[in-house]
Design a protein around this ligand. Structure first.
Ligand code: PBG
Length: 354
């Protein structure tokens, strides 16, 4: 049986190739494998590059000094006391990672229904911001705006009779953003998914003279099972009542992500984020194509845990899976990635082995 192979136009004809003679050389003009033949050639035609400039490193904070407390569901990730966080910031700066994202583990005694610890100018996050800004001023600091590390019910907003109150929550979030900006936070990152919060936070910041403080909106944030290990790390999985599906997006939706992102841009977001990461690369690509904004992906805790767990079992090569997953974000259009692998991948990039 003869099978016809597509041939280059300049040769103008299709040459049938007898498949019964597999050893016979095909008369092909176009051979994509030529460009993959050698490492130098692969480097030359490579379309996307991951650099340390693409990384935002999320860190978990805990009270105390000299504390490095492991997070069981996130191998190699620890909750750090502020002194240790400053050491991590120094390490990040040396690795030329541009920015850290800070997440507090709040002492359960300080959690209440209203999440009032979020408004305490001396809370863990604010103290950590000040310490980092003093010791490592060259690194950017991003902080979440959302109440979940502070509420006794584990939700991102205020809860009344089982309902998350949108507008009441937004006014608290504005105050939380101001407290963080006052402490020296560079990028406010609303992760709560309340309607109208970006605009309200922008006006609140501007009215208080913080017009240089940037906003990275968790613009398309899905109600995802992949946040599980994060909730262990900040201690909200034990407390969370119900789920977050009345404010975080339905994983089945895609057009809705574009509407969410458009709203946040209209309300003054400087940068937008899609979250989770790898399972939502289609959303990332659509958002980047539609708006051309600085667009970030969050490779979330569950994605990190999956790679680390498989690597820990010897089921895949952890470093290779890490690097491949991160270049996938760049290929899909991300300008940067929040990833728990940040320091690890930066080290491999510096060694030139990634
Ligand atoms: C808080 C917040 C969450 C994450 C970032 N900010 C969890 C959630 O919304 O439940 C998840 C990050 C991760 O899983 O790595 N609103």
């Amino acid at each position: 049986m003869a099978i016809k192979f597509g041939r280059p136009l300049e040769r103008g004809r299709i040459v049938p190739v007898e498949t019964e003679k597999p050893a016979e050389r095909l008369d092909l003009a176009i051979r994509p494998r030529r460009n993959r033949r050698a490492e130098w050639a692969r480097r030359m035609v490579r379309e996307h590059v991951l650099s340390t400039d693409d990384l935002i490193w999320p860190l978990f904070l805990v009270d105390g000094t000299k504390v490095r407390a492991p997070v069981d569901s996130m191998p190699d990730v620890e909750r750090l006391s502020i002194d240790e966080t400053v050491r991590a910031a120094e390490r990040a700066a040396k690795l030329t990672i541009p920015c850290l994202a800070l997440f507090p583990y709040t002492d359960p005694a300080r959690r209440d229904d209203a999440g009032s610890e979020a408004l305490n100018p001396d809370n863990l996050v604010c103290r950590a911001i000040r310490a980092i800004k003093k010791e490592v001023p060259e690194i950017g600091v991003l902080c979440d705006v959302a109440l979940d590390p502070y509420t006794s019910h584990g939700h991102d907003g205020l809860l009344r009779d089982g309902v998350i109150l949108n507008d009441e929550t937004v006014s608290v979030l504005v105050r939380q953003a101001l407290v963080e900006a006052e402490a020296g936070c560079d990028i406010i990152a609303p992760s709560d998914m309340m309607d109208g919060r970006v605009g309200a936070i922008r006006s609140g910041l501007d009215a208080a003279g913080f017009d240089d403080v940037q906003i990275m909106a968790y613009a398309a944030k899905y109600a995802s099972a992949f946040y599980g290990p994060f909730r262990d790390a900040v201690g909200s999985s034990a407390t969370l009542i119900g789920d977050k599906r009345t404010y975080q997006m339905d994983p089945a939706n895609s057009d809705e992500a574009l509407r969410e992102v458009e709203l946040d841009i209209g309300e003054g977001a400087d940068m937008v984020m899609v979250k989770p990461g790898l399972p939502y690369l289609d959303i990332l690509a659509r958002v980047k194509n539609a708006f051309g904004m600085p667009t970030f992906a969050y490779q979330v805790s569950g994605e990190y845990a999956m790679i680390m767990a498989a690597a820990g079992n010897g089921w895949l090569d952890g470093d290779k899976a890490m690097t491949e997953s991160l270049i996938a974000f760049k290929r899909a259009g991300a300008d940067g990635v929040l990833t728990y692998f940040a320091a690890r991948v930066a080290e491999t990039l510096k060694k030139g082995v990634a």
